[in-house]
Design a protein around this ligand. Structure first.
Ligand code: AMP
Length: 130
């Protein structure tokens, strides 16, 4: 079981953003910027492009909804999307509110946020979804 499956199962805590029948979104614990979200399929598949066509479409449409909410909350130019998957073998899409191209550099130092800051960011995105 991947760490992300354990998050979905509620065994490991996360700053949850949203959930559908097939998808789940939560804050990245090592964010590049405030509001860095991960969108994952509930089915445990390592490589994004091993998802079925339907699963991939569902995940992308789910990500679109989250990105729309992020855009409302953060004063960003656009929400960038990235797929790496080199660390956690459970497909995931990074959604990153961008002020510039540099915000998408995964070699950048990660932000250190307090639990209260994470909670506030997650609550703001959830509120913008509804
Ligand atoms: P990658 O597989 O290279 O796309 O990177 C995995 C991402 O998952 C990294 O940005 C991590 O910070 C993030 N991550 C790993 N464990 C957790 C966790 N328990 N909660 C939230 N994000 C996580």
């Amino acid at each position: 079981m991947t760490i992300f499956s354990r998050i979905i199962a509620g065994e490991i805590p996360c700053y949850k953003i949203a959930e559908t029948e097939n998808c789940f979104a939560f804050l990245d614990i090592n964010p590049l910027v405030k509001g860095h979200v991960l969108c994952i399929p509930k089915r445990e598949v390592d490589y994004l492009f091993d998802l079925t066509d339907q699963e991939l479409c569902d995940l992308q449409l789910f990500a679109k909804k989250i990105a729309t909410a992020q855009k409302k909350v953060f004063n960003c130019i656009k929400v960038g999307e990235a797929v790496l998957g080199l660390e956690v073998p459970h497909a995931h899409i990074h959604l990153i509110p961008m002020q510039s191209e540099k915000d998408m550099l995964f070699s950048n130092p990660k932000l250190k946020l307090t639990p209260e800051e994470f909670e506030k960011i997650a609550a703001d995105i959830r509120a913008a979804l509804s």
